[in-house]
Design a protein around this ligand. Structure first.
Ligand SMILES: Cc1ncc(COP(=O)(O)O)c(C=O)c1O
Length: 461
């Protein structure tokens, strides 16, 4: 077996219809300037109103007008605007946030470390995992496995884990040979003819085991995974995928890192994607809905055993050389703490569970549209994959940029959505969306699809 670090297969690259706009095109078109919002709606500087169908970037869970968060920020700014969390310092909001967070995350996670963004949480996890294995006397155990089409952020280190070509092209990444990528758990796209979801999950777990054995178990440190892959096209794994994968990881002492940056905080119909997909994380990253994105804050959560190794090593080295000026910023922490309280006070989890069937019904309606190959989702996150031929699942040529055309037509119909690699469209509204607003979102999306048929035909002919 030849193993190539950081490899994205040619097929994956071809598959990654690139949906985004380049800077020159952006200059010509000019930005859509959002000036305000109410609930799930936002309006632009011309007064046009839109449903924010992706909650910004999968993050504004409480919508765009939550006064209680503005009040929490104001109160904390007045009380104590800044202190850091280095060298025996902390603040009340940070301590309370850590307590609250650890009371709702899987019980095995006992310690929290706060940073500013999802990418920073991932970078921090990678460095601490290396620190951990050095401390354990396993200096060779450093390699990390992720999945193709994963999105774990865009910084130099997180960009290695992200399994999407655009995170690398032109940036001189990869710059490290410690990162490896395996198959995306998309049964629709990667399953074989006649293969059940369960058999597909078996094959993917086997692929990971084969890779670990080929690399040498003593060289493999961790497996990073989003419960539902978001920015790579909203990939919902088979139910049995994570239990099978974790069995392999445990066998070879490979850490399971759940990247809950999108899935965390009720999105999938449970508090965490890990609950929905039976993941038992050793480490977990959270961000986005942690503060409903009203202020930047993210976190890395870990097991006590992991923390203890770090703590002993730092005692040996004299310091834990890891931290950020704004990590655990007290105003962000106060807003995040309030966000978690509001999830409870307003019964957001119960609300998500109540409207999720309506959301599923909307996806099922879309599945009948001639442009849609698959409409997938769980809780209040969904995606559609655009195909030229529903039977063969053939995609439009990359140059057609079908998903981008649809997203533009959705905007014209008052719905902001994001085209994604793989000619997919992501749907991830604020969690506070009401049942009738779910119907409105899917009506607008249907109109956007209808309006796109002629343009897609023309662009692909
Ligand atoms: C699963 C996941 N991890 C990490 C990140 C990176 O987060 P940030 O953009 O805050 O750096 C993202 C961003 O979308 C994400 O979706």
């Amino acid at each position: 077996m030849t193993i190539v670090p950081n490899s994205l297969q040619a097929r994956d690259i071809a598959y990654h219809v690139h949906p985004y706009t380049d800077l020159r095109a952006h200059e010509q078109q000019g930005p859509l300037v959002i000036t305000g919002g109410e609930g799930i709606y936002v309006h632009d500087d011309d007064g046009r109103q839109y449903i924010e169908g992706l909650a910004g970037l999968w993050c504004t869970s409480l919508g765009f007008s939550e006064k209680r968060l503005a009040e929490a920020a104001r109160a904390q700014m007045e009380a104590m605007p800044y202190t850091h969390t280095f060298a025996h310092r902390s603040s009340e909001p940070v301590i309370e946030l850590a307590d609250k967070l650890l009371s709702i995350t899987p019980p095995s996670l006992k310690k929290a470390f706060f940073v500013n963004s999802g990418s920073e949480a991932i970078d921090t996890a990678i460095k601490l995992i290396w620190y951990y294995n050095n401390a354990r006397g396993k200096p060779e155990k450093k390699r990390i496995i992720a999945r193709r089409r994963a999105y774990h952020g865009i910084t130099s280190m997180a960009g290695h884990l992200t399994g999407l070509p655009y995170a690398r092209a032109g940036f001189d990444l990869p710059a490290s040979d410690r990162f490896f990528h395996v198959t995306t758990p998309s049964h629709y796209r990667d399953g074989r003819e006649g293969e059940s979801e369960d058999a597909f999950a078996d094959r993917l777990a086997q692929e990971i085991e084969t890779l670990i054995l080929a690399l040498g178990p003593d060289t493999v440190a961790a497996f990073f995974a989003e419960p539902v892959q978001g920015a790579g096209g909203v990939i919902v794994p088979p139910e049995s995928y994570f239990p099978k994968v974790q069995k392999v990881l445990k066998k070879y002492d490979v850490l399971m890192v759940a990247d809950e940056v999108i899935c965390g905080f009720c999105r999938t119909g449970n508090m965490f994607g890990s609950d929905t997909f039976s993941i038992e994380p050793d480490l977990m990253t959270v961000a986005k809905q942690l503060s409903s994105a009203y202020l930047p804050i993210a976190g890395l959560l870990m097991r006590e055993e992991f923390y203890d190794v770090l703590a002993d090593q730092s005692a040996k080295l004299g310091v834990l050389g890891m931290g950020y000026t704004y990590g655990g910023h007290p105003v962000s922490a106060a807003v995040a703490r309030r966000t978690l309280e509001i999830y409870e006070e307003d019964g957001i989890l119960e609300h998500v569970r109540a409207v999720a069937p309506r959301f599923r019904a909307g996806l099922d309606r879309l599945a009948d549209h001639p442009l849609v190959g698959e409409a997938r989702g769980v809780g209040l996150i969904g995606g559609i994959e655009i195909v030229r031929d529903r039977k063969s699942r053939e995609q439009y040529p990359a140059a057609t940029k079908a998903a981008a055309i649809i997203a533009r037509n959705c905007v014209a119909n008052g719905l902001i959505l994001r085209p994604l690699p793989g000619d997919a469209i992501g749907i991830c509204p604020p969690l506070v969306i009401k049942a009738e607003e779910v119907d409105e979102l899917f009506d607008r999306l249907w109109k956007g699809l209808e309006a796109s048929v002629p343009a897609i035909r023309e662009a692909s002919s």
